[in-house]
Structure formats: structure tokens, C-alpha cells
Write a new protein. Structure first.
Length: 420
């Protein structure tokens, strides 16, 4: 019997035949989805036989939705995701000159999917531009609903922009807008609540998985009351709610100021020996250098929306590109989650059975982990890695590898299935 996934207290209740809505996506989306769903179904069958199965339910968004309904994101799609909690999607077109700014952002905002979760790891055999991509093993927790992605912007020359400009100059005494008459203006909201719920989940994740550290990545040296506050609020939450499980750099600095560097170092060493999670912070531009020079120093990353966008794509490039970068948008309180391709629609390759379906396949593996079907996820990881290590790849990897065999999207899926 099919059923809905439900959230009870802190647990997801998942039936043996859960209904999971999907959006196949635009451009290359249909090719990718057809390949991915075959891998999903085969992995579930490999693990559970006929005892469990996903019941897929298509919902519409993007170009297909606009063609069939005249709406880029129908309310029925949103209500279906709300009802069934967990869903998955391919890449979606952002409407040009009309409609909303981004369908992906709209889904996150409407469903309050406040965490963008992007694990970044290296699969053996994947071509990489760096010498030691295997040192990258990070889990990105990107705040998903605030920062400049809130979309509060006013175009120069409009009455709204002029009203904001006059308020800033006349009421607030702002004199730092260099060219006020021609400036567009954006607003960057960063809240205590938004920061705390994101950092809380990052720390819980690190504690539950016994990971070494959580790093707050920010640009607080310049944006002191938004990004700087994110850092301060993150430290405060860690010390208030996880005092027995973590050791913060704030505490280290206090000890160093009070007793000197040696006692502080001893306290840090004791925290590490007791397997406490180290909570630290780093400026965003320094972090973007250090992911190349010493990525092994970082594990779980908690950061704001724009930083997280840059960071997750930069890390993906190190381990092979966004073609195999998975992503999830999650509200841990409500249980709502949408797993998604992290790349664009690549319309010039649409219907060519050519592109790499790895991003959706690995996002599906994250989905199986989320609903508690971890053995299915493990099969998918192993099957994909074995396939790539064998030199069976799509064109994006084939052009970077020696002695590899070029496969179509559908053939790549078949090879993964054979290697599950």
C-alpha cells in the first residue's frame, strides 16, 4: 500500500511504498531524469527486492508547466510538495523578462527550505584540476532563505529606488553611496533566527557523525552587522546549546587572553582528545584559498546564502564539476526536503542523450539517506564510483580522461545499474 511520508516529533515516518513527487526539469532534464530514475529503482530493488518501492508522482514546474498551465510554478506543485514532504527535481529554467527571479529560489522560499545541504567528496577516477582532490571531504550547510537571495532590490531610476535613496540620505544620514542618482539598491537581511536554525543543524550533523569541526564562513570583517553578526550568533548558539559537545575558538581565545597561549593550546588538545567538535570561523576569501591549499582542515561548513553559492560550486570544481554535485534543500523542523540537480539546464544538449546524470543520481542518494534507506544510497555511491573508475563516462569526463569509453546518458545509467 502506498502512503505519505510523515514527520512525528524528530522522526520521519516512511512507509514501504512512499509517494515521492518529482520534477523532471527543463533542457537536459528529461534525459537526466529518465536515466536517474532507472538507477533509483534498480538500487531499491537490489536492496529490498519487492518489499519496498518508490511510487513516483510527477509534478510540473518550469517550461513544461508553462506550456501546459500558463504558470511557471503552479500552486498544485507547491501543495503536492507540502503534502508529501520529500521530493526531487531536475534543473529548471529561470524565466527571462517575466515571472519570478528563480524557480529554484521560489521553491526554497515558499516551502521555507532554509538549509541548502551540499556534501562534496571525491569519487576515485573522476578527472580533477588539482593534485589531491581526495583531500576534499566537506559538508556545506548554506542558509537558503535570507541574505541578498531574499530578492529585495530596487532598480535605479524607479520611484522605489528614489524613495529608498531619500530615506537613507534624509532620515539615516547615509553619505556612502558614491553615485546615488544612478545606483540600484539591494537589502541584505540576516536574522538571529535564520542564523541559529542553520548553525544548529550544522552542529547537530557534526556531532551525530563524529566529525571534527564546524567552520562559520563569513565576510564579517567588512559586513559587521550581517555577516559578522552571523559569526557571533553562531558561536553564541554553539556555546549555549552544545556546551558539552563542542569547543569553540571563542573559548580558546578567552583562555589565551586570560592564561596565555600554552593553556589555550592545552585546552584545545584536550577537546580534540575528548572528540569534541571544534567550532571555528574563517573569512570567506581566505577560505576560498584554503580549500585549495589545505582542504583537509575543514569538515562541516556553515555559511550565508551568497557565500554558500560560491563555495559549493568552487568545491564541486575541485572534485570533478557540478555535473556530479548533489544538492538538497531541507527544513529539518517540518521534514520538507527537495533534492535537486545543482547544474543548469544546458538546453543546447536537450534530447541528445549526452549529458552526465550524476548530479541528480547523487541527489537521489542523499534523498535515500534522508528517508533512512541508507543501504540504497550506499549502493548508488559504490555503483557510480566503480563505473567511473572503469573508465565508463559521459562526454564531460571523457574529454578529460585517457583511455576512457564514451557513453550516452542512458548507457551511463545502465553501467551504474550493472555495478550496483
Amino acid at each position: 500500500m502506498t502512503g505519505e511520508i510523515r514527520k512525528e516529533k524528530n522522526n520521519l515516518i516512511v512507509p514501504d511504498f512512499p509517494v515521492i513527487p518529482f520534477i523532471e526539469g527543463d533542457g537536459t532534464g528529461p534525459d537526466i531524469w529518465k536515466a536517474s530514475v532507472r538507477v533509483f529503482n534498480a538500487a531499491v530493488e537490489k536492496v529490498y527486492g519487492s518489499e519496498k518501492r518508490i511510487v513516483w508522482k510527477e509534478v510540473l514546474a518550469g517550461e513544461k508547466a508553462f506550456r501546459e498551465t500558463g504558470n511557471w510554478l503552479p500552486e498544485e506543485t507547491l501543495s503536492t510538495f507540502r503534502h508529501y514532504l520529500v521530493g526531487i527535481k531536475g534543473p529548471l529554467t529561470t524565466p527571462v523578462g517575466e515571472g519570478m527571479r528563480s524557480l529554484n529560489v521560489a521553491l526554497r522560499q515558499e516551502l521555507d527550505l532554509y538549509t541548502c545541504y551540499r556534501p562534496v567528496r571525491y569519487f576515485d577516477g573522476v578527472p580533477s584540476p588539482v593534485r589531491h582532490p581526495e583531500k576534499v571531504n566537506m559538508y556545506i550547510f548554506r542558509e537558503n532563505t535570507e541574505d541578498i537571495y531574499a530578492g529585495i532590490e530596487y532598480l535605479n531610476g524607479t520611484p522605489e529606488a528614489e524613495k529608498i535613496r531619500k530615506f537613507l540620505s534624509d532620515e539615516m544620514g547615509v553619505r556612502k553611496i558614491r553615485f546615488p542618482e544612478s545606483s540600484s539598491i539591494g537589502i541584505k537581511p540576516v536574522s538571529v533566527e535564520g542564523t541559529e536554525r542553520l548553525v544548529r543543524q550544522a552542529i547537530k550533523f557534526a556531532v551525530d557523525r563524529n566529525l571534527p569541526s564546524v567552520t562559520l564562513v563569513h565576510k564579517g570583517n567588512i559586513m559587521k552587522f550581517t555577516e559578522g553578526a552571523f559569526m557571533k550568533w553562531g558561536y553564541a548558539l554553539a556555546e549555549r546549546e552544545f556546551s558539552n559537545e563542542v569547543f569553540t575558538w571563542n573559548r580558546y581565545r578567552e583562555i589565551a587572553d586570560r592564561e596565555g597561549a600554552a593553556p589555550a593550546d592545552a585546552a584545545l588538545a584536550e577537546a580534540v582528545s575528548n572528540r569534541k567538535v571544534i567550532i571555528k570561523d574563517v573569512i570567506a576569501d581566505a577560505f576560498l584559498q584554503q580549500i585549495l591549499t589545505r582542504p583537509e582542515d575543514y569538515s562541516v561548513i556553515a555559511t550565508l546564502n551568497l557565500n554558500g553559492d560560491y563555495i559549493s560550486d568552487a568545491l564541486a570544481a575541485i572534485v570533478g564539476g557540478i555535473g556530479i554535485a548533489p544538492g538538497a534543500n531541507i527544513n529539518f523542523e517540518s521534514g520538507h526536503a527537495i533534492f535537486e540537480a545543482t547544474h543548469g539546464t544546458a538546453p543546447k544538449y536537450a534530447d541528445q542523450d549526452k549529458v552526465n546524470p550524476g548530479s541528480v543520481i547523487l541527489s537521489g542518494a542523499l534523498m535515500f539517506e534522508f528517508i533512512g534507506w541508507k543501504d540504497v544510497a550506499d549502493r548508488i555511491y559504490a555503483g557510480l564510483e566503480k563505473t567511473i573508475r572503469s573508465g565508463l563516462v559521459t562526454y564531460d569526463f571523457h574529454r578529460l580522461m585517457n583511455n576512457a569509453n564514451l557513453l550516452k546518458t542512458s548507457e551511463f545509467a545502465s553501467a551504474i545499474i550493472n555495478n550496483l
